[in-house]
Write a protein that binds this ligand. Structure first.
Ligand code: ZN
Length: 552
């Protein structure tokens, strides 16, 4: 990997200093950002306004009042990019206001969270890039970030450091995109994990008490660090922000951020914290890649980065006593059911890549990686425990993998991953070839939850709405309508386009066969169709308690 350090001749000093000042307005908090930097030797420096990677197109539209200091000229070069003219190597200041309005932008799951009382921005959403063009892993920037809290009595937190700063960091553009500043009506608490601060910042009106959220965050963060014997982060910031209908997050350079529905249960919070915390290792500290597919889409390794993350989240929650083993078994059974209903369950990695390359990759493809990856992790864990007579678990090769990735800039080749697992008795390469590259349906290991759970089978109805399900998922249109089938009898016709659906996504665990599925056709005069999609029964493998009274 080529690494170029932007600028030069200023080693030890920050090349761009960002000062952040919240500007309260009637309905929104704006951020006034002052950047200070040493201009290029030829007297012209590129200055690019924030460019989001989390779903807000042309975020620079919400940036206003771009101003430069004396003896500096600003010229707009292209939308969102300025050319700054100055004396050669002069110290230059450019100031701008981020005035993002979520009501104008519409709902973006990972868009900035902002109102009159709080704000949460990813680096990609507030930070201008000075000099070299923004470019993923290739550029390492040296920056300083500080909070200018004159006239500001709200809380704030960031992933750059604990306290107002200035915090100095060296990071790639990718890492800067995945950083966060937040403030206002956040409640914060700081705990120590092996003498290193863990700051938790919570915003929202949750059903779970703050004390519980703080305590859970601390036990998940510190507990997982013990599991993986990794206490490297000098500090760590966890953001938990209210967002309707969402349970999702993102790993940061030193922390993670999570968005959670205000009505979420404590179980959902435990799961979300554990999942996002595992992401600080996978892929954050150990990104798997395939040497023979260097330009493959990110989805190529999602079975590992998401599936293994999901399995390890469950495993560590149970190990730490934060959720019972019966919960983990039920999660696994739910995966097995979803896999049985997955219309893509036998797709190969190449076929999934092709879908990505043709921009056909959809949410159902996406979930396949999670389910298939978690099941593969379960099987490997079972084999490791069997081969070592219970002495080792999946955690051991993952620890070794983290060590190896650390020595290799945070990346690990899939062949190296296979070798590590092989040393624990798992023929990983053969499984990857058969089940992922070959698309063979993955059977669970019989003894994965032995001795208290055994693999049995459960009778479930097939999902048969009476038309081509894959075509419907990919295009929204009804084709291959079965003559005399329930859909046709309910009034659906060939070529109709489905606008919305209800109780009709068994691959996401959202189908109650005892109730009709609901399909809405047409935009202006929507027509609603309700009918049974229950087909003949099928056998699905599930784990059941051998002795009900001894489970848990
Ligand atoms: Zn994830």
């Amino acid at each position: 990997m080529m690494v170029a350090v932007f600028g030069g001749g200023h080693s030890g000093t920050a090349q761009v200093r960002y000062s952040i000042r919240p500007l309260p307005t009637d309905s929104l908090l704006h951020l006034r950002i002052a950047t200070t930097f040493t201009g290029e030797a030829d007297g012209v420096t590129r200055f690019a306004l924030p460019d989001d990677r989390f779903g807000v197109a042309s975020l620079h539209r919400w940036v206003r009042d771009v101003e430069a200091g004396p003896n500096v000229r600003l010229a707009a070069r292209e939308p969102g990019v300025y050319e700054v003219s100055h004396e050669p190597r002069a110290e230059v200041q450019v100031v701008y206001t981020v005035a993002y309005d979520p009501n104008e932008a519409g709902f973006k799951p990972f868009g900035p969270s902002v109102d009159a009382h709080h704000f949460h921005f990813f680096g990609a959403q507030w930070m201008a890039r000075v000099g070299a063009e923004k470019g993923a892993h290739e550029v390492v920037r040296s920056i300083e970030v500080e909070f200018d809290d004159t006239d500001w009595d709200g809380a704030w937190a960031s992933s750059y450091g604990v306290g107002p700063g200035p915090h100095r960091i060296q990071a790639s553009d990718y890492d800067l995109d995945y950083s966060v500043v937040a403030g206002g009506a956040y409640r914060t608490a700081t705990a120590q994990c092996q003498g290193r601060p863990v700051l938790t910042a919570v915003h929202g009106d949750f059903a779970i008490a703050d004390e519980t959220v703080f305590a859970l965050t601390d036990s998940v963060v510190c507990g997982q660090r013990s599991v993986f014997s990794d206490f490297d982060h000098p500090f760590f910031t966890v953001f938990i922000t209210e967002r309707d209908d969402l349970e999702a997050g993102a790993p940061l350079l030193h922390g993670f951020t999570a968005f959670l529905d205000p009505g979420a249960s404590e179980e959902e919070l435990r799961w979300l914290l554990a999942h996002e915390m595992i992401h600080t290792w996978l892929p954050r500290s150990a990104r798997v890649f395939e040497a023979e597919h260097p330009d493959a889409p990110e989805s190529r390794t999602r079975w590992f980065h998401e599936g293994f993350t999901e399995y390890l989240a469950r495993l560590t929650l149970v190990k730490q006593g934060l959720l019972p083993r019966s919960w983990m078994v039920e999660q696994t059974n739910e995966d097995l059911r979803r896999l049985a209903y997955q219309p893509y369950r036998t797709l190969t990695l190449d076929e999934l890549d092709a879908a990505t390359q043709a921009s056909r990759y959809n949410g159902v493809h996406h979930r396949l990686h999670y389910v298939r990856g978690a099941l593969l992790a379960l099987n490997w864990d079972a084999r490791i425990r069997r081969a070592s007579e219970g002495e080792h678990s999946l955690v051991d090769p993952i620890r070794a993998l983290l060590r190896e990735a650390r020595a290799n800039d945070g990346a690990i080749e899939i062949a190296a991953l296979s070798r590590l697992f092989e040393s624990f008795g798992v023929d990983a390469a053969a499984d990857i070839e058969r089940y992922l590259e070959g698309g063979v349906l993955l059977p669970p290991e019989l003894d994965a939850f032995a001795p208290d759970y055994a693999l049995r089978s459960e009778e479930l109805p097939r999902f048969e709405p009476g038309f081509d399900v894959v075509h419907w998922i990919e295009s929204g249109a009804i084709v291959d309508l079965k003559p005399g089938g329930t859909a046709e009898r309910a009034g659906l016709r060939e070529g109709m386009r489905i606008r919305r659906r209800g109780n009709a996504a068994p691959w996401h665990g959202r189908w109650d066969p005892s109730q009709p599925i609901i399909l809405i056709v047409g935009e202006d005069e929507p027509r609603r169709f309700e009918f049974s999609a229950t087909g003949p029964s099928m056998q699905v493998p599930v784990f059941v308690a051998v002795d009900e009274s001894s489970s848990d």
